[in-house]
Design a protein around this ligand. Structure first.
Ligand SMILES: [Fe+2]
Ligand SMILES: [Fe+2]
Length: 237
């Protein structure tokens, strides 16, 4: 939200629409204040409710923003809005105040046109499926302990906790991302962004800087990601 304008990032699935819309209304935002919908890839858990949003926002000038490689799929969800590509807006959305959201491509993590969105004003990086989790036990915020950053087995918790979030995070990336190379490249792009908070679409919000750095290093070196886990890692020898 910026002044009397708002955008929604990855608005959600069709069955989740009433819950998502109620939460938006509870913040005091009128649907007509939403002038753009941003989709960081084209999965139904992000895009399924596009037509519901178009209906309730009811603005002829509503735009849908995504990478052009996503838009060829997103157009099948949309009924009425203009689709705008990241290239057409120089990878940034600018509010009337001048505040910007910047978009960074993370190709094949996990879709060809996947990207993340950075709000420099708050330091929040919306990471979509990156840093997500299957999350058997869910908290809105996730904080690891200092012992977690030394752990390699994730079996017996040195912090005395009854649930370790790491196995669910790592298994999510192995199953959802396309390859170790794609995931490593995506994390390298994210490490260049001065984010103070990561807000994945699944899983928990991560705001501790040591946790962010630790998760980046673990994910960059993760083995058996995507196709690598099926036929082995890429080799050009
Ligand atoms: Fe996805
Ligand atoms: Fe997802």
């Amino acid at each position: 939200v910026d002044g009397d304008e708002a955008v929604v990032i990855d608005s959600g699935s069709r069955p989740d629409f009433p819950v998502v819309m109620m939460k938006i209304l509870q913040t005091g935002i009128m649907p007509s204040a939403i002038n753009a919908l941003i989709y960081q890839h084209y999965d139904p858990d992000l895009c399924g409710n596009i037509s519901n949003f178009e209906n309730i926002i009811d603005r002829k000038d509503l735009i849908l923003i995504s990478d052009s490689r996503n838009n060829m799929f997103i157009r099948h969800y949309s009924v009425s809005s203009k689709l705008v590509s990241l290239d057409a807006i120089n990878h940034r959305f600018t509010f009337s105040s001048g505040r910007e959201l910047k978009f960074f491509n993370t190709p094949y993590s996990h879709s060809a046109g996947s990207f993340v969105s950075f709000d420099a004003k708050t330091g929040v990086l919306f990471t979509s499926d990156l840093f997500g989790s299957f999350g058997a036990k869910w908290d809105l915020f996730q904080k690891l302990g200092s012992e977690c950053r030394k752990c390699v087995t994730y079996t017996k918790c040195q912090e005395g906790r009854d649930y370790c979030p790491l196995p669910d995070i790592l298994r999510f990336h192995k199953e959802i991302m396309t390859s170790g190379r794609a995931l490593q490249y995506a994390i390298e792009q994210i490490e260049k962004i001065p984010a103070t908070m990561l807000t994945p679409q699944h899983g928990s919000i991560i705001s501790n800087q040591d946790d962010i750095a630790y998760l980046c290093s673990v994910l960059k070196s993760l083995k058996n990601v995507g196709i690598d886990g099926v036929i082995g890692p890429y080799s050009d020898c």
